[in-house]
Design a protein around this ligand. Sequence first.
Ligand SMILES: Cc1cc2nc3c(=O)[nH]c(=O)nc-3n(C[C@H](O)[C@H](O)[C@H](O)COP(=O)(O)OP(=O)(O)OC[C@H]3O[C@@H](n4cnc5c(N)ncnc54)[C@H](O)[C@@H]3O)c2cc1C
Length: 554
Amino acid sequence: MTFSAQTRKSTIEQLKKQTLDLLIIGGGITGAGLALQGAARGSQVGLVEMQDFAGGTSSRSTKLVHGGLRYLKKFEVELVADVAKERAVIARNAPHIVQPDYMLMPVYDEPGASFNTFSAEVALHLYDYLAEVDETWRHYLTEKAEVMEDEPSLKAENLLAGGYYLDYINDDARLTIETVKKAHESGAWLANYVKAVGFVYDDKGQIKGIKAMDTLSDESFDIKASVVVNATGPWSDELRKKQRDENEKKMYPTKGVHFVVDHEKLPVKRAIYTDTGLGDNRMIFVIPRGNKTYFGTTDTPFEGPYEDPEITQEDIDYLLKAVNHRFNVADLSLADIESSWAGLRPLIRDEDNSDPSGISRGHEVFLSDDGLITIAGGKLTDYRGMAEDTFTLIDQQWQKEGISYPAKDTKEIRLSGGDVEGTVPDFISAKRARGVFLGLDEAEADYLADWYGSNIDKVYDLADKAKAMDIPLLDALQLAYGLAYEMVMTPEDFFGRRTDSLLFNIDKLERLKRPVLLYMESELGWSRQERESWSSHLTEQVAAKKLVHLKNNK
Ligand SMILES: Cc1cc2nc3c(=O)[nH]c(=O)nc-3n(C[C@H](O)[C@H](O)[C@H](O)COP(=O)(O)OP(=O)(O)OC[C@H]3O[C@@H](n4cnc5c(N)ncnc54)[C@H](O)[C@@H]3O)c2cc1C
């Protein structure tokens, strides 16, 4: 089933005409999860996203599906139990994206250490127990010598031991788009670049739709719905300000940044979760990905434009200091940072707690007097649970209108691309021959099968189209598929969220930018000015990711 610019056009026409059962505002993982659940239940669901799908926090996380080991220290046992169990469900439904691996938590003897050897053992045991981890992936602790043999890039001084435990590597933007695609397949109407700019009220003062704007064409129109859900993450308060009588501040967005360096500069073998060692009671992740390593994150209160939170020199100084302190690396500096991203945690304001790291990562669903339902807070990992909780309120609102749909457990729903038979490595081997036959090398074929999962044959079916482009075959296949099946509307959608080039292969853009833009111009019917404007926008994005403004200050 295609999901293209053409689909977007017909979706918008449909959204204008129909009165939906449910309209979701926000196309991050939370909105996408709601759309999937609503469509799976058979209701008429629409979703609008003002940027691209996953354009907000859902492409800017640490890219893990995890239960939050750290929260055990704050005795958030229930939260950890719910979220940690959910990891296996997501991995089963999107095995091509979410993959289990042992992470390493080194234990140091130093002031302010999060864990000592004893408490690390207790915490990891509890983490496994709460998540119902089976024998295959049980945690274990090793002594210093073994940790150093396994991970020589760590500093040995004061190291006591290492805890190895199960968590899951993820790609947040891919998980979101595969959820969006599955929701579309299940009958939901979803459009990116459509912004909710106001609400439509009935004569009893109840919200019965939105005033929408297509941000690509500037066209304004209304969308009518029995129930409207605000799933705008960090923007929740911004949207609530558009209600007639809502002013209460609920959100406390905090910024987290990540940096990407060449793997040789920070050659970790596995994901590491470690105290910074700076005595600030914080932990950081250092994660290998292909021939890069990324690390983060910070947690600071944020004010400013939410679309692209600015990375400051303080963010850089802090994370470089932590990494240089903890790892045996030739001093990493700003010049080594190849790419970067910053995201806003959609945290719920806690009047008793001003320390960002101390605020709960739990979620809240609430109903305003005018009928708007808001779902805020939470973790990407818990998106299915958040959708379930939101549907409790949606069902109550539907009931008032005589609307009812049978419940559906989304636990069993495979996301788009998730119908992988057997293990992922076996699946990749089985698909290799077709990729090689079409002209890819083995590594490229494996990469694509891993990236697209059970959609890989649809990707390969576009080979004739791809070969006609003036673009290397792997990228051409991704572009053809993105345009036909993943609603790519802008170059940044393609380079930043349908592929990960903007983050993990940014130099590739130099070569690809022009031919990709020319192809998009012809496929999407842009004028030359439009192409030039998208080109400038992409150039700005690349410079921002590379932190050129800060590098130039040095
Ligand atoms: C640095 C960092 C690291 C993290 N790491 C992890 C992790 O490893 N694992 C994990 O599970 N969680 C992690 N999280 C948390 C997780 O990323 C978020 O909880 C999750 O992505 C939030 O998703 P969301 O859909 O609620 O919000 P968003 O992804 O921000 O989606 C909201 C969407 O609403 C849209 N929107 C806003 N206003 C409007 C409007 N008026 N009309 C239409 N659309 C609108 C926005 O454009 C946006 O795309 C991390 C968060 C941060 C910041």
